[in-house]
Design a protein around this ligand. Structure first.
Ligand code: DGY
Length: 327
């Protein structure tokens, strides 16, 4: 027995990250990286002081029920919709996330997806690889321009604003919708005009979703919202799958009611609807928003800094539920 606090590392992390944790705790490490079932997670949390998790582990009251020693759940993610914050706060469990370090990388990915959808990159590459290219043609794979177009950003937090900064380089006209309108200085910095969601959908050539998911905004984009979009418009989602009614999106894409979509996140991920897989005008990536080497390293280090602070009795730098502090 080391006498050190016990910590669960629920998914595989880089060896250098393990080395950062080792001096502070006795590790229970899921080195195999197979996501733990809810029952396994609950069982392995019974004697733990803290857990390092990712966005794939769901933490709810059931998982916490036997975790009497637990004082922190530290997620390697900015989003925390996989964690029941009220249940954690009720149980006196601190929840931490990893904001800021992934902002620019995720904004890069958002822009890459938008451009891939607009210029039909995946679709035309598949066609070329399949050996269909016999001649150049004036009307081949015509897309929608990105430069000079109108970009609608839904969710104007750090990542939304980082996308707006990129849009300026493409001379785009930026409109946004957010739960709360930005303060005038931030709005001016983003050179973005606030619109209600319906108006944004009507005027935008490209729409990108960058808002946190909650029960309230489940299927924010469904058939009636898609019906407001222009026929040449694209829709990209780098936030959470539950924001879009995927079956309604499939219908809109199939019937050409919008030009294309790009999805990095899915409601049932890692399962992806067969209907989506069968469509040619949708770019599909496996939740890679923050997946650059440097950023994933920074996220893991920040999550570990949060966890080590809790073990030392200090307030962690990225505390999501301050109400639980001092519980
Ligand atoms: C995040 O950080 O929230 C990403 O979506 C990875 O889960």
């Amino acid at each position: 027995m080391s006498g050190k606090p016990k910590v669960l590392v629920a998914r595989a992390i880089f060896p250098e990250h393990l080395a950062l944790l080792e001096p502070h705790c006795e590790l229970d490490y899921n080195a195999g990286d197979e996501p733990l079932t809810k029952a396994e997670l609950a069982a392995r949390l019974v004697d733990k002081r803290a857990a390092l998790i990712t966005g794939s582990e769901r933490i709810d009251a059931g998982v916490l029920a036997q975790a009497g020693e637990l004082s922190a759940i530290c997620s390697i993610s900015v989003g925390y919709n996989h964690i029941d914050i009220a249940a954690c706060t009720g149980a006196g469990v601190l929840v931490t996330n990893t904001p800021e370090v992934l902002t620019e990388t995720t904004a890069d990915m958002g822009f890459a997806l938008l451009m891939a959808a607009a210029r039909r990159i995946s679709e035309s590459e598949r066609w070329l690889r399949e050996g269909h290219w016999k001649r150049w043609a004036l009307d081949q794979f015509l897309g929608t321009d990105v430069h000079g177009s109108t970009l609608g950003i839904v969710g104007m937090g750090r990542i939304g604003r980082a996308i707006a900064r990129r849009a300026r380089g493409f001379a785009m006209n930026v409109v946004y919708h957010n739960r709360a309108r930005l303060a005038p200085e931030l709005e001016a910095q983003s050179a973005a005009q606030y619109l209600d969601l319906d108006s944004l959908l009507r005027v935008s050539d490209h729409v990108i979703l960058v808002l946190p998911y909650s029960v309230e905004n489940h299927h924010l984009i469904g058939a009636s919202q898609l019906a407001l979009m222009k026929p040449y418009a694209t829709l990209s989602n780098i936030a959470r799958g539950g924001l879009i009614d995927e079956r309604a999106l499939c219908a809109a894409l199939r019937e050409g009611r919008i030009a294309a979509a790009a999805l990095d996140v899915f409601e049932g991920e890692p399962q992806v609807l067969e209907e989506l897989l069968a469509l040619r005008n949708v770019v599909l990536t496996p939740h890679l928003g923050s997946a650059s080497r440097a950023t994933r390293d920074a996220m893991a280090r920040l999550a570990i800094a949060n966890l080590v602070a809790v073990l030392a009795g200090d307030k962690p730098p990225c505390l999501v539920n301050p109400q639980a502090w001092g519980h």
